[in-house]
Design a protein around this ligand. Structure first.
Ligand code: ADP
Length: 697
């Protein structure tokens, strides 16, 4: 029993003691571990310390970097500043800490629109009244997270005052330069305008002098006077045009016009100059082009005349081709020549003002160097462009592209159908041959081209039977006539000869020379179609237009009409009066508007000869032409006159606005100075007809 107690006690003792011993042993072990860990902890603490130092250091470096940038930084919580850097605080003349907690703002003097940047940032420039004076600051504003989940607004700004100041200076300098340029252009426009009046006087007088029957020597002097006067007038016109375009004074009109007629008149106007140099001048309008376009016909004519004029001026052998085609929605005008060409590095330069190339001192190449500058400006004004292509020594090509607007009333192009025909074209002229061939091919006919009489004869004898032949007189008189005979022998009845107006005068009867008819170069498309299409039987010659005009003039359209000329410039008045007298009129001169009004009153009162027409110069002393017209209309109303006296304004400026002003003042027409003879003739004819009508009635 005693042994069992002892064993129980031993057990109980063991049960109590063992955990305590375990704890003691565990503690002893931990103590050993801690002793080993202390140096590691000390090491960590040191490392942390180092990190803190380096953080503080890098924060300082970061801060000094920001300050060194000069950028302005401010963070606000609502309106309250929570952070401001030194540069920002300096705007207030304060320290960074002075601003923190405040709601200070600088007065805004000006601002520019806000731009939204990617990521939600905003950017704007503002001018602030700062402690250091007015400053333009360019800000970028962003939202940044703040403590406690709040959103702060951070602005980073840069002082752009210097940039703004230089921008302002630039704008001011530009405005000054533009004003000076405009003044220069205005001056040029005024001066060249003033030049025109006396120059027209000189030219007109030279004309009158020619009519007085001078002897041969005097005639030479008068011709020289005219040539120099015309050259000077062309120069003045160039300068005036240029000045007008420069000053933005050029008003473009948008009116339907006949493109074919425009091109043909330009070609016919320049042809004598080309033919006098032995050059071929040909024009071609692609059949697909609408015959009537909308635009400014007169400005387009100016572009064409400048380009074709240059091509004729600089080309010594070969020819000049003017062609128009449709390229997409644009009109493409091409003026090509076989002249000296333009070096590649000058192709753009020549469009600058007063730029001229040295073509080796060729005679008769005087100019202003403004023509192409005007062409480029006009082309751009019309919404287009012009460029030059050339290989030096191989001719030049100028291409103008313009927006193409077809007139609503454009008639369908009338192209005959000649698919059965085979036309043989015989010409050494490169442009004319190509253009004529295209015009004929548009009808469906086949075309063979021969550059010489031998080739032509071979084609006539070939397998493809020829139904019509066109022979260019440039081939030579004898070869051309021999070809006509060869064509007749081959049974071809349609054989036309192409003649220059000069050759036409010397050629004699085309029929006698074996041809069925002739065409005048540059050939008009319509004439070509008509001549070839009429079956090329006998047919009369093409109407000789100058002769027809001369016949018209011979009738003296102004016979029996009294015309009042109100003009303050003596020479202009003399010119107008002589022109009228040569048309058979009686001319009466009034030196100013008031005198003109008196003359009209006298004629209305029956105290003087009744007037058929009054030409009123717009710019006159005492009373302007417009005031005079208004006074005449008022007088007619007062007197209850049924018939109104035809009034024609005469002015050096015939812009749309000038015309409108003339019509508003009661004028019936507006003519340009120097007085357009043709327009005057039209008026006289109309008046003669109505006078004849009223007599017979
Ligand atoms: P201008 O003809 O009055 O000299 P432009 O401005 O019309 O002035 O032309 C400038 C220059 O460009 C000319 O002087 C000439 O050297 C050159 N040029 C113009 N057209 C041609 C051309 N078709 N062929 C060769 N050179 C040309």
């Amino acid at each position: 029993m005693a042994s069992s107690i002892w064993s129980w006690l031993a057990l109980a003792f063991a049960a109590l003691l063992l955990p305590a011993v375990g704890t003691v042993l565990w503690l002893l072990r931990q103590r050993g571990g801690l002793r080993r860990q202390v140096p590691a902890l000390a090491h960590d603490a040191e490392a942390l310390n180092d990190r803190l130092w380096s953080l503080a250091d890098s924060e300082e470096r970061y801060r000094s970097l920001i300050e060194a940038q000069g950028d302005l930084i401010v963070r606000r919580d609502g309106a309250r500043v929570v952070y401001a850097n030194r540069a920002y605080a300096a705007l207030f003349g304060a320290g960074e800490q002075d601003l923190v907690g405040s709601e200070m703002l600088l007065p805004q003097l000006a601002s520019r629109p806000v731009l939204l940047l990617e990521g939600g940032a905003r950017s704007f420039d503002e001018c602030l009244a700062t402690y250091e004076g007015e400053r333009w600051i360019s800000w970028v504003e962003t939202a940044v997270p703040g403590p406690g989940g709040r959103t702060l607004i951070q602005r980073v700004g840069r002082d752009i005052s210097a940039r703004i100041a230089s921008e302002d200076a630039l704008v001011e300098a530009r405005a000054r330069a533009e004003a000076a340029n405009e003044a220069k252009s205005r001056f040029l426009a005024t001066v060249s305008h003033e030049f025109r009046t006396p120059l027209n006087g000189i030219l007109g007088m030279a004309d009158l002098l020619t009519d007085t029957g001078p002897d041969a020597e005097q005639a030479t002097y008068v011709a020289a006077l005219r040539t120099s006067g015309e050259a000077l007038l062309a120069l003045v016109d160039d300068i005036l045009d240029f000045a007008k375009v420069e000053a933005g004074k050029l008003e473009l009109v948008e009116e339907p016009f006949d493109m074919v007629q425009l091109v043909e008149t330009v070609a016919e106007l320049m042809a004598p100059r080309a033919q006098a140099k032995g050059l071929e001048l040909a024009a071609h309008i692609a059949p697909a082009l609408p015959a009537r376009l909308v635009g400014d016909r007169d400005r387009l004519r100016q572009v064409l005349l400048n380009l074709v004029g240059n091509a004729v001026k600089f080309t010594e052998a070969g020819g000049v081709g003017l062609s128009l085609a449709r390229v997409g929605e644009r009109l493409e005008i091409t003026v090509a020549d076989t002249g000296p060409g333009i070096p590649a590095d000058r192709l753009d330069v020549i469009f600058g003002e007063f730029e001229q190339l040295d073509h080796g001192g060729a005679a008769g190449q005087a100019g202003t160097g403004l023509g192409l500058a005007i062409v480029r400006r006009l082309a751009r004004l019309m919404g287009g462009e012009v460029r030059a292509e050339s290989r030096f020594g191989e001719g030049a090509t100028f291409r103008v592209t313009l927006p193409l607007v077809a007139a609503l009333d454009a008639p369908e192009a009338r192209i005959p159908h000649w698919s059965q025909h085979h036309v043989l074209l015989v010409s050494p002229a490169p442009f004319a041959v190509r253009f004529l061939a295209e015009t004929i091919r548009a009808t469906g006919a086949s075309v063979s081209i021969a550059g010489t009489a031998e080739v032509a004869r071979a084609k006539l004898a070939g397998d493809n039977p020829v139904t019509a032949v066109l022979v260019d007189h440039a081939l030579g008189d004898a070869p051309a006539k021999e070809l006509a005979a060869a064509a007749a022998a081959a049974g071809i009845r349609a054989c036309l000869i192409l003649l220059s107006p000069h050759a036409r005068r010397q050629f004699g009867s085309p029929q006698e020379a074996g041809f069925s008819g002739f065409l005048i170069k540059p050939v008009r498309t319509r004439s070509l179609y008509e001549r070839l299409g009429s079956g090329l039987e006998t047919g009369p010659s093409v109407v000789d237009e100058p002769a027809a005009r001369a016949a018209t003039q011979a009738r003296l359209p102004g016979a029996g009409l009294t015309v009042l000329v109100a003009e303050d410039n003596e020479i202009n008045a003399l010119l107008a009066m002589r022109t009228l007298e040569r048309c058979g009129c009686t001319a009466i001169w009034a030196r100013d508007g008031r005198e003109a009004l008196r003359r009209v009153e006298a004629s209305f009162a029956g105290a003087a000869q009744p007037l058929a027409l009054a030409l009123l110069d717009v710019r006159m002393p005492m009373m302007t032409g417009l005031d005079c017209a208004r006074a005449i209309r008022a007088l007619e109303k007062r007197l209850g006159r049924a018939a109104m006296l035809p009034l024609v304004a005469v002015t050096a400026n015939v812009s749309a606005a000038d015309r409108a002003a003339a019509f508003a003042a009661g004028m019936d027409d507006c003519l340009a100075k120097p007085l357009e003879r043709e327009a005057l003739l039209r008026w006289l004819e109309r008046l003669s007809q109505s006078a004849a009508g009223s007599l017979s009635a």
